[in-house]
Every structure is written in structure tokens, then in C-alpha cells.
Design a protein around this ligand. Structure first.
Ligand SMILES: *Cc1c(COP(=O)(O)O)cnc(C)c1O
Length: 634
């Protein structure tokens, strides 16, 4: 196995699923027993996490699911398979009920083992749980661990005999929640018919939390049924995990300014009206020690030769690089570092994809999860348009570009898989086509993951961050690219807005509708994608190509995409933003021709990326949410 990981079988926990709850009365107090449950063992594996240049070593506790005891009358092989599946797949397909049960099992398994560990270890040191929140902060990262809230209530009440109100007070003051998306289809909602039988005691507690919460709402808003229904934790046969997270936490934050504003003003507006003091913003960050120091040695050593190494512990000091923006020799070295990284990536592309790419071409990169709102479709359609231009005029003055994609689609996401197919099909059409004369290459690197991102990002000239404005909560890929000297081609969405604030309009390429415009047109229904099809010949031509046999191996694969853009009125404003996007690409291409100026822009991006280090983000969480100081922190 992995040598740093230490199995701790003596700290095993028993996690119950299914079964029934029996209640009994004693001295006027009702207590509950979970009987006839199927027990799964949670076995810890501890991994030390070492601080950079400090004496601190923290422990990351991972859990493995293992069979605990075979129960007579049950299918032993099925029990074994179901148990092992809990920690085998990170994100199983949850389009069917079987996958949903597995996801919910995973969530409760991890949360229960962790909450009980925290409480047991606290109790062994303090002897009493009433002041837990003064010493422990628990952060809920997205809604996946929200069951930690009812689990803590269960342990405090059922195992430590606390009364409801005291338990709720301690729980609320201990938990904080970070929201990561406003896309309604991504907000977790569990059907009661799945939740209740799998986690019978937890369901009872969630039901009680909901009853009390709705009663408080009724007191605050008497007679406002619609409002209360919109905020309820259980409604229409579903448990709403984000609502439970907000009700059970003392802090709720978004991950970029615009995202927090949209949460407050729109998606979670009812909650903001009721709990205005809970909401705050923490712009995401990335660790510059991984994404610059470790993954880009040529750039890291150039920076070190210029400004020393104080930036490694204090990323705000990257700003000292600004004094080199007029230094031609330094800019020349910056160019050399970039070319070295591009050459390395070109070699890898030749090895893995068999495609020859020119390290002197613009490396224009979009790597991120495949999702309709991230609009890989806009990018690939624009590439098809560039191809059409080459065909119409083989001598068109088109600069050499290498378009690189990396993206995974979740297993049940059919539309996303069609987009991946389209990227491959356009690549097959364009690469080696005589009319293109090698000026456009399209590369799809498979199995996109952190280790691959670390190879790709140092080689980027252009970072594509082109989500439909209002849809990308923050993005962090945008920050990694900026820190490695790529220029952003993007919409005013997520943290792109804060990148623009840092670098100024002249060092970023912004295009497309703004968030308010998107949200307004969504509301008033004033957008008709069909008009763009009929009035823009470029758009008509490339959409027709999706379904008329122009694309290699197309079959009827792209009809779904064609329909999404026309019959379904282009939910993500791809056609609406196309013209603005094409123009932004022209600005990029002409800016790249002036190498000295491009390198200056690149250096300004690097120098102003310190704000996006997670050192800054974590310091804000520590100070403003967890209210903890650091050990040996400046
Ligand atoms: C940084 C990163 C992401 C997030 O990228 P976005 O462009 O912000 O969506 C996703 N996957 C991997 C592997 C990453 O390294």
C-alpha cells in the first residue's frame, strides 16, 4: 500500500444502516434504539500532512468500509459487495435509485465515523460537551457532508443524553457551511423514500429539525405559506440538503464575490432575509506551492533568481516581480521558461495522441469538468468556424494555434459525452486538413486529473474561462493559469471578475453577456437563439455542419447538441455570445503578435496572482469563521 498511510484497526467504528427504531419511556424521557440494523465497519487510515517549513504535522483521517458481521438470513455475498462499494467509487452514477442509495450511504458513513471521532476525542480531553463550539469548528464543504448536522444531534441526544435545545445550540455554533454552486440541478435533494429506510433515526431528527424550523418561520412570517414552503428542509417528498446546511450552521459563505451576491440576492434570498448575519464571502484560492513552485520549475527558479524565495511562504510578495515589466532580458527569460514548458507538453502530446503540435503556436487551453454551463461547446464551435474560414480563404491571415482540451463527464451525463465526441470529430476534421496548413491543431487529452493539469498549465498561453455569466461560482483553474503566466480569455463570471480587478482591463480578454444580462434575459424570455441562426451566416453554417454529414464519424451523435441550441433555445447563451467570443479571439491573436507586450501582460498576471493563493483564503476562514489563530503564524 501507500507507505505514509497507517491503518488503525483498534479505532474502528460501527456504522448502522437500515433496520428500525424502537422507543422506550423512562422517568418521562423517551429514548430511541436502532435495532435490526446492517452494520458496516469504518476503519481509519491516518495520513500525516506536513506544513511547508513549519513544525506542524496534521492528520488526515481516511476511512475504509469493511464488512462487520454477517447477519443470519441475509445474502452474505451481497452484503460484502455493498459494503466494499461504499469506499470504492468516489462519485457513483446516481441517475438510478441503486446509485442514490450508495451515494447517501457514503455520505452518512464518512460523516458518522468522523463526527463520533471528534466528539469522543473532545470528551476524553474536556469531560463535557457543553462548550464544544469554543474548541471545535466543523466545516461543511458543499452539501455532501451535511448529514454531519443531524448526526451530531443524534450523538449528543441519544448517546450523551443532552436535551434538544442544548444540542441544537452546540451544533449550530460548531458548524459552518460553504456553498459551491447556484445551479439548481446540482443542489442535492434526497427522496424521503430512499432516505428514511436507509437512515431511520437520522430521518427522524431531520424531520424534527424541519418541524421546529418551520414553526420559527411561521412566527416570523405568519400566514406566508409560500415563503415557508420555499425554505422548508423537507418538502414535496424530498430532503433539501442546502436548506439543512443553512439552518444548522452559524456561517454560510459563497466562494467568490459575485457568487455570494447571487446567493444573497437570488438563490438563497429567503434565507438571507431571515439570517442576514450568517452570509459572508470567501474567494477561493489555490496553493501556489503546488501550482507554481512544484509544477513549474522553470518559472519558479526564474522568479527565485529575481526576487528570492520569500514568496514561497508569503505569496503577496510575488508583486515584487512588477519591477521587471520593463526589463527585456527578464521578459526574454520568461519567454524561454514558457517555451520549455510548451516543448515538454508538445512531446507528451506526440507520445499520447500522435499529434504534432508547434511549440511556437499559441497554446490555447480549456481544461475543466465537462459541463454545459462551462461551454466547451462554444470553444469547439469557434474552432469549426476558424476551419471554415481556412476553407473559404486558404491564405487568410490566421495565426498558428493549438487548442487543448481536457475534461471528464460524470458517468450519467449523456449530453456531456456528446460534446466530447464533437471535440474528437472536429479534431479529426481539422488536424492535417490541407486547407488548414497546420495552423490549427485540436488535441483532447484523456483522463483529465490533477497530475495532468500540473503538466498542462505551465505550458498555457491562453486560459479559457468561458462559462455563461452567473453560472460558475468561482473557478480555480482560472487562478492556476494566471499564476503560470497565461492570459485569461473569459466571461465576467466567478473569480474571473476578481482576476480582472487585479490585473486591469488591459491584461485580460473579456467578452460576452454579464451576469445581470443573462439573468434578466432568462427571466423575461427575451432571447431567441433561432434569430442568431438565421441572421449570422457563420452560425448557420456551423450548426448545419453538426447534422449534415460534414463531420467525420458524426452519425446522428450531434442532433442532441443541435436541438439544445435551437429547439431548446440554447439555455447557456452559446449563440448569443458567439460573435463577442470570436472578436475576443481576434484580440488575443493580434496581441500575441507583439511578443514583448504579451510577455509584459503575462508577467503582470503572475505578479498579481498572490491574492489567489489559498494561504490568503485559509487565513480568512480561520480569522472570520473558525475564529482560530495559527501556530507560529505571522
Ligand atoms: C483546478 C482543477 C479543477 C477546477 O477547474 P475549473 O476550471 O475551476 O473548473 C478541476 N479539475 C482538476 C483536475 C483541477 O486541477
Amino acid at each position: 500500500g501507500y507507505v505514509w498511510e497507517v491503518r488503525k484497526p483498534d479505532l474502528m467504528m460501527q456504522i448502522p444502516f437500515w433496520g428500525r427504531i424502537e422507543s422506550s419511556e423512562k422517568d418521562g424521557v423517551t429514548s430511541f434504539r436502532h435495532v435490526d440494523a446492517e452494520i458496516v465497519a469504518a476503519v481509519p487510515y491516518d495520513l500525516p500532512v506536513v506544513g511547508y517549513g513549519t513544525t506542524t504535522v496534521n492528520t488526515l483521517r481516511l476511512w475504509n468500509a469493511e464488512p462487520y458481521a454477517y447477519k443470519a438470513g441475509r445474502d452474505m455475498m451481497k452484503y460484502k459487495r455493498d459494503t466494499e462499494a461504499i469506499t470504492e467509487f468516489l462519485y457513483p452514477d446516481d441517475t438510478q435509485d441503486e446509485g442514490k442509495v450508495l451515494r447517501l450511504k457514503q455520505q452518512y458513513f464518512l460523516v458518522s465515523a468522523s463526527i463520533r471521532t471528534i466528539l469522543e476525542s473532545y470528551l476524553s480531553r474536556h469531560g463535557d460537551l457543553t462548550n464544544l463550539h469554543e474548541h471545535v469548528a466543523i466545516h461543511i464543504n458543499d452539501t455532501h457532508p451535511v448529514l454531519a448536522i443531524p448526526e451530531m444531534m443524534r450523538v449528543l441526544i441519544d448517546e450523551y443524553d443532552m436535551d434538544w435545545d442544548s444540542a441544537w445550540g452546540v451544533t449550530m455554533k460548531t458548524f459552518a457551511y460553504t456553498n459551491h454552486t447556484t445551479l439548481s440541478e446540482a443542489l442535492e435533494r434526497w427522496p424521503v423514500r430512499i432516505f428514511q429506510p436507509l437512515l431511520p433515526r437520522i430521518y427522524m431528527i431531520v424531520d424534527e429539525i424541519n418541524e421546529r424550523f418551520c414553526r420559527d418561520l411561521w412566527d416570523a412570517y405568519p400566514g406566508e405559506w409560500g415563503r415557508i414552503e420555499g425554505m422548508a428542509i423537507i418538502a414535496h417528498g424530498e430532503v433539501k440538503m442546502a436548506h439543512l446546511a443553512i439552518a444548522g450552521s452559524h456561517s454560510v459563505n459563497g466562494v467568490a464575490k459575485i457568487h455570494t451576491d447571487i446567493l444573497k440576492e437570488r438563490e438563497m434570498n429567503l434565507f438571507y432575509q431571515y439570517f442576514p448575519g450568517k452570509f459572508n464571502s470567501k474567494t477561493n484560492g489555490i496553493t501556489h506551492r503546488r501550482w507554481l513552485l512544484n509544477s513549474n520549475p522553470p518559472l519558479a527558479s526564474l522568479i527565485q533568481s529575481a526576487i528570492g524565495d520569500a514568496w514561497i511562504k508569503d505569496p503577496s510578495r510575488l508583486s515584487e516581480l512588477e519591477s521587471y515589466t520593463a526589463d527585456s532580458a527578464f521578459l526574454g527569460d520568461l519567454h524561454k521558461a514558457k517555451q520549455l514548458n510548451k516543448k515538454r507538453l508538445a512531446d507528451r502530446i506526440l507520445q499520447t495522441n500522435g499529434i504534432v503540435v508547434d511549440p511556437d503556436s499559441i497554446f490555447d487551453i480549456q481544461i475543466k469538468r465537462l459541463h454545459a454551463y462551462k461551454r466547451q461547446l462554444l470553444n469547439i464551435l469557434h474552432i469549426l468556424h476558424l476551419f471554415n474560414r481556412c476553407q473559404e480563404n486558404p491564405d487568410a491571415d490566421i495565426p498558428s494555434r493549438t487548442f487543448i482540451f481536457g475534461a471528464k463527464a460524470s458517468p450519467g451525463y449523456y449530453y456531456a459525452k456528446k460534446i466530447i465526441k464533437l471535440i474528437h470529430s472536429v479534431a479529426d476534421l481539422v488536424n492535417d486538413h490541407p486547407a488548414v496548413k497546420g495552423r490549427i491543431k485540436v488535441v483532447f487529452l484523456e483522463n483529465y486529473r490533477v497530475s495532468l493539469a500540473e503538466e498542462i498549465i505551465p505550458a498555457a498561453d491562453v486560459s479559457q474561462q468561458i462559462s455563461t455569466a452567473s453560472k460558475e461560482a468561482s473557478g480555480t483553474g482560472n487562478m492556476k493559469f494566471m499564476m503560470n503566466g497565461a492570459l485569461t480569455l473569459g466571461t465576467l463570471d466567478g473569480a474571473n471578475i476578481e482576476i480582472q480587478e487585479q490585473v486591469g482591463d488591459e491584461n485580460i480578454f473579456i467578452f460576452g453577456l454579464r451576469a445581470e444580462e443573462v439573468m434578466k434575459q432568462q427571466q423575461d424570455g427575451s432571447y431567441y437563439s433561432m434569430e442568431y441562426y438565421h441572421h449570422d451566416e457563420r452560425i448557420k453554417k456551423m450548426l448545419d455542419q453538426l447534422i449534415d454529414g460534414s463531420l467525420p464519424d458524426a452519425g446522428d451523435h450531434f442532433e442532441t447538441i443541435y436541438d439544445s441550441l435551437l429547439a431548446e433555445n440554447d439555455e447557456f447563451f452559446v449563440l448569443r455570445d458567439f460573435d463577442s467570443y470570436a472578436k475576443a479571439h481576434e484580440r488575443v491573436a493580434s496581441a500575441y503578435r507583439d511578443q514583448e507586450s504579451w510577455l509584459r501582460m503575462s508577467l503582470i498576471n503572475i505578479a498579481r496572482s498572490g491574492y489567489f493563493s489559498s494561504d490568503r483564503t485559509i487565513a480568512e476562514y480561520a480569522r472570520e469563521i473558525w475564529r482560530i489563530g495559527g501556530v507560529g503564524v505571522r
